[in-house]
Ligand binder design. Sequence first.
Ligand code: ADP
Ligand code: GLC
Length: 471
Amino acid sequence: MQVVHVSAECYPLAKVGGLADVIGALPKYQQQHKTNAKVIMPFYDTAFIQTHNTATVTEFELTIHQKNYTVSVLQLEEDAMMDTIFLIKIPQLLDRERIYGYEDDVERFTTFQNAVLTWICNWQDLPDIIHCHDHHTGLIPFMTLQCPAYSALKTIPTIFSIHNAQYQGQFSHDKQFLLPEFDHNHVGLLDWDGMINPMAAAIKCAWKVTTVSTSYLQELQKKANGLEHLLAHEKGKSFGILNGIDPDIWNPATDPMIVKNYTMDTFATGKKKNKTWICDSYGLDPEKPLFAFIGRFVYEKAADVLSAAVDAFLTHNKELSVMILGSGSTAIEDELRILQEKYQGNFNVHIGYNEQLSHRIYAGADFLLMPSRVEPCGLNQLYALRYGTIPIVRETGGLKDTVIDMGDDGVGISHRHASIHDIHHSINRALSLYKDTSKYHSIQKKGMKLDHSWNASAQHYKKLYLSVTKN
Ligand code: ADP
Ligand code: GLC
């Protein structure tokens, strides 16, 4: 079985969030389940890609609406994943420092998808499955079915995985010229609410649709940023398959990014050393329980509510420390800087993206806050569990599916609403737990023991692939 994953992100080459972690890990586990998985992604100018040698696999010219692009397909020369990952280089279009956020993103990603399909069409052995991830690759299921240029791929099943339905990549029909010629009687497959909507097109055209947790799949049928009716309509071909984590990278016993490695037997002392490093570096008191948040400051993550909740809590109770790592909305960044001034010694924030610091926070924090309004799966809570850090989550999406409250014999603390009141209630429960050392340690240990590797999910994907192929 040969599967090709097409994605805009892949760790460690290019990462904005969890999508990269998934694409960096899932193929490795698929190999172990006799699925030969490859990843095709854009060649960006990220630090990782700049500092690694690449070799050219092939080169070709791509013409879209009389515009010519020179495309190179590259492979990493020396890397464990060299045979798995293929990079599409289109000079001046894709090879930029950031992954998203340019004015011409529509042209960047439609051209990327065209380059991917043009290349695959020329393979001697066509893949058994094309597996697309999020809206940047959402036009592929339409194009393989409807564009004569890719008719060689018409019978290849496409799977579309929704990692985040908030972002759908809509653009005006005026830009239809960015797609190769297709039968205009079928233009409705591209359309949602008068726009070309790559996520909607993928949900309509892919042979199967998956989301990254079962609860998120159910939630999407009620609320999906305008696509709820479509998702309800397509529920027969939709499945929830929970993400896993890569335990080779996320392992406190071997993680080279943390200050002190530790195991299930040494976690109390090991975590303390990591906590001391954070507290010394950020002016916090290591004797107090440390609550952390890591993530993008966007509506879905409810970082705005968290900031207000922390402010209100610290006004009357200073028996805790809070450390935040992230970036996003400038309004939230500003609010957090104000809290940094106001609660020196109890609160600090590192604005920006910092992979090493994130590992150190998972290792050193006592509790990880995730009050998300929307969380398709969430990986942070799984990393936290593996590092003996107790997740405090809102019951939504993947958080609901992976974190059972300690009151129900689980490994975390959960609340219903993304509200100040509920966050305060959970923090108070965490503070009581922290004082009960033996209970606290036993919950930490129980969380560390859980197996959230990709094994189970790789098998679910395999079953899904088999349902659409004859192999
Ligand atoms: P999402 O993909 O919605 O951002 P996930 O929980 O799936 O959420 O994954 C987030 C990933 O990004 C995790 O690996 C997390 O550690 C990482 N991450 C998020 N923000 C930062 C940051 N500011 N610095 C370093 N890593 C971050
Ligand atoms: C998205 C979601 C996140 C999920 C990740 C990987 O970015 O927001 O919840 O874990 O994709 O699937």
